[in-house]
Structure formats: C-alpha cells, structure tokens
Write a new protein. Structure first.
Lengths: 446, 288
C-alpha cells in the first residue's frame, strides 16, 4: 500500500511537471544542463561491472552537458564509511551511492534530497523519466524510505543461481535444483567429489556474511531477523531451520567457506571447482567471459531455489541520490546525471556494457534472454522479493556487525545455531532499544 | 653561558615541536577523551549527549573487548619469544668476526621486512597462503592446508608474518647491544670459559638488557596497535579468531560508527600500554 502511494504521488508530481513542460517547450538534456556547464559533481563508485559500464558511457554525458563527473572509487567495504565521514564533515560529495540497507540511515540524517524537489522542476525533470518503468520492488527497496523516494535504482542486483550445466549433466542432472532441500540432499552428494564441490555460499565476515549467507538461508525457510514488534525472530523454528540447513549444507561446500567473499566464490565457479553458486546478477558478465571464466560455455542461470516458504531470493543493489550538502547548482547537475544514468534511453547500452538496469522496458524484448541468460530469472526474482531482506533502518550498520560476528561463529561450530541466535537476538534488541523503537520514540519502520 | 641563550631562542627551537605534538597528538587525545564521555555515533549526531563514564563501564564489562585483548596478548606471548630467540641467534652470528661483506649484506637485507608496508604484507599473505594456489602449500609438498579459513591456522599465519617482519628489528637492536660489550672483556671471558652460554649470560646479557627492554616495550605497543596487516589478510576472521584489539576498535568506531565507545576502548588501551611500559622498566631495569 505504502509502495503504491509512493509511486502514485511521485508519478503524479512527475506527470504534472511534464505536462507543464511539454506545453512550454521541448525538454533537452543539453538545454537543461546549460546553466550548470562547468560544474563538477563528486560521486563514489564501486569497483564492480555496473560502475565500469556507466563510466564508459560518461564521455557522452559530459560532452553534451559540460558537467564534469568526478568519480571516487572505493571497494564496497569502504564505501559506507567514506560517505558517512564525508557527509558528517560537510565534504565534497554531491551524490550519495546508497546500498539498500543504508537508505534509512541516509534519509533520517537528511544527507539526501527527495527526488520530488527535481521532478517537480520543469527545467530539470526529463519528460521521459517515467518512474513507473522501474521495477516497483526495486524502486521501493533501493530508493524509497518511509513513503518518500530519494534515489533512483542504479546498480541493481537480485540473487540468482549460477550453475555449471556441464558438471550437472555429467552427474546425470538435466536441470538445476528447484528447492534448497534438493540442492542439499540430491545435488550435494552427487556433485561433491574429486576435489570439486556442489555449491559455495560466500560467507566472509563482512556484509557478505549478513546479506549473502545469513539472510539467504533464513527467509526461504520462513524465518526473518525481526518479528512485527521488532523483537528478534531468530529463535523461531523457521529461522532455526534455515540456519541449521546452512550448517548441514556446508559439507558440500569448499573448506574455509567462511573466508570466501564474492571474488573467491565467483572465481571458484569460474574455475570449474564449484558446480553452483548463488550470486548477484552483477557478476554475470564475469562468469560468461572467456577472459575471466574457464566455464563460460557451460554457465546457465536460474532463479534461486525455493524453500518451504517459497522463493525468497537475495535482494541487493544501489540507488543514486542527490546529496543535501551540495549547493543548488551541484544538486541540479547531480540530478541531471542521476536521471541520465538511470534513464530508459540509456538502459540498453548500460546492459550491453555489463550493467543491470532496473527498467522494466529494458527487458521487454524476449530475444534479449538469448544474449543475457540471467534476464528471465532476474525479472522473476524482482516480481516477488523481500524489500526487508535485510532491515533497512538506520541501525543496520550496528546490527550487521553483530550478525557478521555470530553468523560466522555458528558456521565455524563455535556456537550452536540456538546459542548464536540467542546472543545475536539479545544484542540486536539492545541496539533497537537504545534507538528508541521499544519506547515508542521511533516508529517501527523499515 | 646560560644568559647568552634567550627564552625566545629556546622557544623558537622547541616551540614548533611542541605545537606539532599538541596538534597531532594531544588535541586528538583530548577530543577522544571528550567523545568517550558522550553518546557519540556518527550516524546519530542529533542524539549526542553526555553520559559520563557509561562507555567505560560498557567496555570494562564487555566480554568481546576482553576476548580481543586476550587474543592480542596471546599473539604477543607467542610471537615475541620466537622473535627474541631468532633475533638473538642472528645477532650472535653477525657479531662473530670475519665474513665482513656477507655480514654487511645480511644487515642490509634485514631491513627489508621492516621496510615493507604492513598492508602489503597482508596482501602478500593472502596470495602466499591461498589454499589452492599459494606458494606455502606448494612448499609443503602440495599440502591442502586451509590457512585463511581455519581459526587456528589463521592465527598461526598472523604469528608467522609478525615474526617474519619484526625478527630483523630485534636482531639489529641486539646486535647494537653486543657491539657495546668492550672487546677486551669479551676476549678475556672467552679465554676463561669455552661455554658460549657463560659468555652470553655473564658478559653479553647485561649489555643486551636495555635493548631487550626497548624491544619489549616497542613490540608490546606495536602488537596492541597491530591493524593494517591483519585487516588486509583476514579482516579479523574467520569468526573472531584474529580480531585483535585495534581491529575491534576500528570496527566499533568506523563500521558501527560508535565513536564514543571506540574512544573509551582506545583510552583504556592507552592506559594499559602505559602501565605495561612502566612495569617493564621497573622490573627489568632493576637487573642491570
């Protein structure tokens, strides 16, 4: 309901603005950017394919607008800290790069500007912005907070099952597992032999442990981090079933899986050492390129397996939002860049260069699925994902540290799943209590 | 003589150092003291408030803090004896007469590990200790040892790198101590006894004590602030097995953004370091 309200009000505002514009003059990026030519916009980018894709497209934008985009590159693990320090210190960043779990934090601190400031300005709003073209789940989860849209989805992921068709066929399977249970009980024993493993679940002690490992196993089994009262739900039978499943599944994973980050996991798959991984769509270009993958010809993509609670694929990704610390000219220039980078018009080229757009129209052509095998699974995953796959409130940076520590201890067998969930839940609730969720000072918003 | 040096001149020489020290050392320390008395989270700056010693209470009763501290001292207790034993051995070999050119080359090569940036050591470790492609497992006859993903092995790996990087420092300090032994006394001692141990214990060791105390203090301080190498190599994992005290403080301060709590942890760490240094000096200098 909330999502519908966001979309309706944003679309209405955009529509009104567009109507006013179209009656006055035809909008063009070049004319809109003319007052801001020479402005430099500072933005943090990650070292990932989607960012390289837009960077390659950037000269066209800079040439047309005269706006200079200054990209500061960071690995994911540093991106939040660098941005928080910049915003706290009133630094130079004009655009915030927001992982979906940072949106509550950035919005509550008023470090970012709602997009209606720009969509209602006919000089800045592209009549073809068409915000309804974004996948609703993605727009809401990546860019929306508490009924307001702040950012437009830019680097978009859904968890997918990457599988090595050749290894599966050799073991007698004609397709990927439909359920997590099958993956463990049927595919696991058959594919784990001769130094090869059936599956790898990236579980390094950083956000990977929380997002890619811990959350990935609790949701499909009907569990969750919190119940409706924001109390820990990790000791529920469903959450425990998911966490215990992960322990049981580890016998079919490479040794030292708790040290595997995305790079190690994708590399193990690309080297043919692992038959299946559940990874972000963003790594598609890596595993199908013969330059970076030995198994490029064998790669197939499917939606993540289903659990007893259905298919609850991992959801992750980034939006771009205008930073409130930027001055008016920088804000306008930043908006023009965000609008251009996420536009319908550029989605096809972004996809071609290795990015994953969140535009529904970009995937409308059925023939695309032949070139980009991940598209059908991706589109399916974005129909019914969980926006709160990881809680998106401002306290997530503290809570994820606790999840990372105790999630890893569970995997290492240093504590049982019950003991770990007990301690994790107590510490998580202490953070939420301190934040004022239980006293009623803060609404139970995600 | 004293009258000829004016106060202004004295201040002109010493003043810049004092100002620089105040700016880069004392001011941040005072600021850390201030934040440690407040609820001060970078992502909740609207809720900054004075909370007295609450952060200190949290730290002192937090088992995770003491586990990290215990882990740090276990690393020190494991690595330092090896460094002293190997360093002393190298120093004694280099102290023997002859092979001047080779010894000079050895002295120069001893500087290399110390000159290698900590973070680079960690990155080297990631490659060398890779379970599948790493040179370490190859040298062990193609062993399949999981170094980075196993708690015990990861700790051993950290000890290895610490020993590799800092044994040369111990060796050079002890070599300097050996060069302080008067030649005639050492020669006389060797004429009196054939036992190298007797010479070492009763003639050379007294000259090595000041160096050993310096090594003890510096290595303790270094271990307590060990961060870069471990951060790039294991990031404190797997689990918490290599989360030493500095990594924990960085995690609290810059990943959970709780600067107040992290400041309290850092100040408690500073106090522990000062107390330890005082104990070392009082206990060991008595024997000189």
């Amino acid at each position: 309901m909330k999502l519908r309200n966001i979309l309706a009000s944003t679309a209405l505002a955009a529509g009104l603005a567009m109507g006013a514009v179209s009656s006055a003059h035809a909008w063009s990026l070049k004319e809109a950017a003319a007052p801001y030519a020479g402005t430099t916009v500072d933005v943090v980018f990650l070292l990932r394919p989607g960012y390289e894709a837009i960077e390659a497209m950037l000269p066209a934008f800079e040439e047309e607008t005269g706006i200079k985009i200054n990209i500061i590159k960071h690995p994911y693990e540093n991106a939040l800290g660098e941005q928080v320090r910049d915003f706290v210190a009133g630094g130079d960043l004009d655009i915030a790069l927001i992982d979906l779990v940072w949106i509550g934090n950035f919005a509550e601190n008023e470090w970012i500007v709602p997009i209606d400031k720009f969509t209602t300005n006919p000089d800045l709003a592209d009549p073809n912005l068409d915000i309804n073209d974004f996948f609703p789940l993605v727009l809401n989860a990546f860019g929306g907070w508490n009924g307001t849209v702040y950012g437009l989805p830019f680097d978009n992921y859904s968890g997918l099952l990457f599988y090595n068709r050749c290894m599966l066929e050799e073991a007698g399977f004609d397709g990927p597992p439909a359920t997590w249970q099958d993956l463990k009980d049927v595919y696991g024993p058959a594919l784990t032999k001769d130094g090869k493993y059936a599956y790898a679940l990236q579980s390094k002690r950083n956000e990977t442990q929380s997002a890619d490992s811990f959350a990935r196993v609790i949701w499909p089994f009907g569990g969750s981090f919190l119940d409706e009262n924001f109390r820990s739900n990790l000791l529920s039978a469903e959450s425990q079933a998911g966490l215990q499943f992960r322990q049981d599944l580890m016998q079919y994973m490479p040794d030292g899986i708790v040290a595997y980050d995305h790079a190690e996991t994708v590399n193990a798959f690309a080297q043919g050492d692992v038959a299946m991984i559940t990874e972000w769509s963003a790594f598609y270009s890596t595993v199908v390129s013969a330059d970076t993958s030995k198994v490029a010809d064998c790669v197939e993509i499917a939606p993540e397996p289903m659990g007893p609670a259905g298919r609850k694929p991992a959801l992750g990704g980034f939006s771009l939002a205008v930073a409130s610390q930027a001055d008016e000219d920088e804000q306008a220039a930043a908006w023009l860049f965000i609008q251009w980078a996420t536009s319908k018009a550029n989605a096809a080229e972004y996809l071609e260069r290795g990015g994953v757009p969140a535009r529904q129209s970009a995937y409308a052509d059925p023939a695309l699925a032949e070139t980009y095998k991940f598209i059908p699974a991706l589109v399916e995953s974005w129909q019914d994902g969980v926006p709160e796959f990881r809680p998106r409130f401002a306290e997530w940076p503290e809570i994820t540290e606790i999840v990372q520590e105790w999630g890893t201890k569970m995997m290492l067998g240093e504590v049982t799943t019950e003991e770990g969930a007990q301690i994790l839940g107590e510490r998580m609730e202490a953070v939420l209590e301190e934040a004022g969720y239980y006293s009623g000072d803060k609404p139970l918003a995600q | 003589m004293r009258d000829r040096v004016s106060r202004r001149t004295i201040f002109a020489f010493i003043g810049p150092s004092i100002i620089a020290l105040a700016l880069v050392g004392i001011a941040p320390l005072l600021y850390a003291g201030w934040t440690s008395l407040h609820f001060f989270n970078l992502t909740k700056l609207r809720r900054v408030k004075f909370i007295g010693l609450e952060n200190y209470g949290t730290v002192l009763t937090d088992p995770v803090f003491w586990e990290a501290m215990g882990r740090t001292f276990f690393l020190l207790a494991s690595a330092l004896p090896i460094q002293v034993a190997l360093g002393l051995g190298i120093a004694l070999v280099l102290h023997r007469p002859g092979l001047t050119l080779l010894k000079t080359l050895t002295r120069l090569s001893l500087v290399l590990p110390m000159a290698t940036t900590y973070a680079v050591v960690g990155l080297l470790g990631q490659v060398m200790f890779n379970q599948k492609f790493g040179v370490v497992n190859q040298l062990l006859g193609g062993a399949d040892i999981n170094w980075i993903g196993d708690s015990t092995n990861a700790f051993i790996m950290i000890i290895f790198w610490d020993v590799w990087q800092w044994t040369p420092f111990v060796a050079l300090v002890l070599l300097a101590g050996l060069s302080m032994v008067p030649g005639e006394i050492e020669e006389a001692a060797r004429l009196e006894s054939k036992s190298w141990w007797v010479v070492l214990r009763y003639v050379q060791l007294p000259f090595l004590i000041p160096g050993l105390v310096a090594v003890l203090i510096l290595r303790t301080a270094d271990t307590l602030k060990l961060f870069d190498m471990v951060f790039t190599l294991t990031r404190g994992g797997p689990g918490s097995s290599t989360e030493f005290i500095s990594l924990m403080i960085q995690r609290v301060g810059f990943r959970a953004f709780d600067q107040g709590l992290a400041s309290a942890q850092a100040i408690i760490l500073l106090i522990i370091t000062i107390v330890l240094a005082q104990i070392y000096i009082r206990v060991f200098y008595k024997e000189v």
